[in-house]
Write a protein that binds this ligand. Structure first.
Ligand code: F6R
Length: 607
């Protein structure tokens, strides 16, 4: 979704803003703009399209020169992507950038129109700019506080007032915002990668805190003008984490980072060969007490929950419901005290997941967040928290975050099974050591990326395809299918292989690709029978299975082999790698913008 940046210091502000915005491109956007104090006046440049379009425009019209300003990448919600609807938006003396949605913008707009105000754009954001202008009485903080009391919805705002040159104001409610602190310079940004080139020190702005940035000092206030003393945080990511580092795309880099991400995530949570989640607030006593678990998340994170369900139910024998957050929050779920609700989220800011977590807390359940982004809203509000240490995930399509989410689900399931007395300590140790071996397995699988590339070349002209599997393989099919469709734009569905005959098999026609995941020994023969059924009806089958299985021509056309020594239970960690690579190469071969697929945003902060 939208990205916000702001800068006050000694550097060329437009350059810093454009550079910082480029680090937020992953969030998804369709237009961009900046506002800079140029010789004391606010100068705005904005354009529909990519940052390159904005840069080209500024080359023609002249780049604003100065050392303080704000910038924005817009993901359209109110009003089409256009130059006019791009941010920044201005009143007479106030110019702003905004991430979020103002839910009561219509009422506010009607009021302002009655008061004689004219609007140029269709956006909710311009209403905020005009309202700030309407109430402005020479005191920026009092004005911001007054206006935000009237706003309903979510917002992170970067604001400049014409009367206060070289000063940037910021406030947030729901939407994320950090304040970066360098030497004689400061920043605002929607996410840490935007500022890493300049500083690793930052404050996390909390709800309704107002930041005032000037060159030599940065202060943070509450709405009543009290100056706050906040803890300065240091990002533990370095610049390289937010760069492509020689890879053609962030997605490929992130797929290759998976072995390291798993190690970094699980190693600190394994003590004496056993999972230990105590530092995350999860004790054996608690684990033994839960009677029912809900896993609530969206998209890929929800798919990680589906893998978790199979593993927890199999080992710990505790019922697990996996739910799409946007459904869970509105369906009056039967959740109560004694239940555990696990929220999985890479960004920690997904609006539906956050709302689902708040609902679960209200209903009396304990909440556990599995989150990648440090200090994000979900991380801060959960009762218990396991950070996944995947580092920044820049590609919109999630890969390494999914991998570490499932790694954490395994650790959790092992420890819960032990706590419930469903497995012995020796078995728990054995399973934990198998999990520790997965980075090496993945490392070896990545050496076969050309096989995935070859398979992808057979898919690029397809209009539609199916992913099928049973059990854990079905869980994987869901993720494989989502990954492929979101970046290749080829329609794709995942189906439980045994369900095909109940309708979907009628879609199969000559040459239609079907990707079959068949790694689970107990279900293998049944899956093969289902594969033969589609093959007999003309499907072109790609099978992801163990190395030792050599499919006949009545089963598959292509095979991606997985190491035989991996146990069924741990297979998802291996099997997802070819599915990610197949999706990646299909997108590359179709000439798509792999890291920034159309219409998608990395951090979905609206419902
Ligand atoms: C797909 C993808 C999305 C996210 C979903 C949830 O590749 O990335 O489906 O998984 O939007 O996002 P988070 O994990 O940030 O809550």
């Amino acid at each position: 979704m939208c990205g916000i940046v702001g800068y006050v210091g000694y550097r060329d502000c437009a350059g810093v803003l454009m550079d910082a915005l480029s680090k937020l491109e992953y969030r998804g956007y369709d237009s961009a703009g900046i506002a800079v104090f140029d010789k004391g006046e606010i100068s705005v440049a904005k354009s529909k399209g990519r940052l390159a379009d904005l840069a080209e425009k500024m080359e023609k019209t002249g780049k604003p020169e100065g050392n303080a300003g704000i910038g924005h990448t817009r993901w359209a919600t109110h009003g089409e992507p256009s130059d006019i609807n791009s941010h920044p938006h201005s009143g007479e003396r106030v110019t702003i950038v905004h991430n979020g949605i103002i839910e009561n913008y219509k009422v506010l707009k009607d009021f302002l129109v009655k008061e004689g105000r004219c609007f140029k754009s269709d956006t909710d954001t311009e209403v905020v700019a005009q309202l700030l202008d309407y109430y402005y009485d020479g005191d920026p903080i009092a004005t911001i506080a007054k206006v935000t009391r009237e706003l309903e919805g979510s917002y992170a705002l970067g604001i400049v007032f014409a009367d206060f040159p070289d000063t940037v104001f910021a406030i947030r409610c729901e939407s994320p915002l950090i304040v970066g602190i360098g030497e004689n310079e400061s920043f605002i940004a929607s996410d840490v990668p935007a500022i890493l080139k300049y500083t690793r020190n930052y404050y996390l702005l909390e709800h309704d805190e107002i930041a005032v940035l000037s060159r030599y000092s940065t202060s943070i206030y509450d709405l009543h003008y009290n100056k706050l003393n906040k803890e300065l945080k240091t990002a533990d990511w370095d610049m390289d984490a937010a760069e492509k580092g020689g890879y053609e795309h962030f997605m490929l880099k992130e797929i290759f980072e998976q072995p390291t991400a798993i190690k970094t995530t699980i190693t600190p949570r394994i003590v004496d060969g056993l999972p230990n989640l105590e530092e995350c607030g999860i004790t054996m006593e608690k684990l033994s007490s839960y009677k029912q678990i809900f896993v609530v998340a969206c998209g890929t994170a929800m798919h990680a929950g589906v893998v978790g369900r199979y593993v927890i139910e199999k080992l710990a024998r505790v019922p697990v419901n996996v739910e799409i957050a946007s459904e869970f929050r509105y369906r009056d779920p039967i959740v109560s005290e004694g239940d555990l609700v696990i929220i999985i989220s890479q960004s920690g800011e997904t609006a539906d997941s956050l709302a689902a977590m708040r609902l679960a807390k209200k209903l009396g359940a304990e909440t556990l967040a599995i989150v990648n982004a440090k200090g994000s809203s979900i991380a801060r509000e959960a009762d218990m928290l396991i950070y996944t240490h995947a580092g920044p995930e820049i590609a919109v399509a999630s890969t390494k975050a999914y991998m570490v989410q499932i790694a954490v689900m395994y650790l959790f399931a092992f420890e819960m099974a032990l706590a419930k007395g469903m497995i012995s300590e020796d078995e728990c140790r054995r399973l934990t050591s198998l999990l520790q071996q997965t980075p090496d397995t993945i490392e070896k699988l990545l050496e076969h990326k050309e096989t995935a590339q070859y398979i992808a070349s057979s898919l690029i002209n397809a209009d539609s395809l199916l992913y099928i599997g049973r059990g854990l393989d079905y869980a994987l099919s869901m993720e494989g299918s989502l990954k492929l469709k979101e970046i290749s734009y080829i329609h794709s569905e995942s189906y439980a292989a045994g369900e095909l005959k109940h309708g979907t098999i009628s879609l199969i026609h000559d040459g239609m690709p079907v990707i079959a995941v068949a790694t689970q020994s107990a279900l293998f023969d049944k899956t093969i029978s289902n594969i033969k059924e589609v093959k007999a009806r003309g499907a072109k089958v790609v099978i992801v299975c163990r190395d030792s299985y050599n499919p006949d021509t009545d089963v598959a056309d292509h095979k991606f082999g997985l190491p035989d020594e991996v146990e069924d239970l741990l297979m998802p960690m291996a099997a997802v790698v070819p599915l990610q690579l197949i999706a990646y190469y299909t997108s590359v071969l179709r000439g798509n913008d792999v890291d920034k697929p159309r219409n998608l945003a990395k951090s979905v902060t609206v419902e």
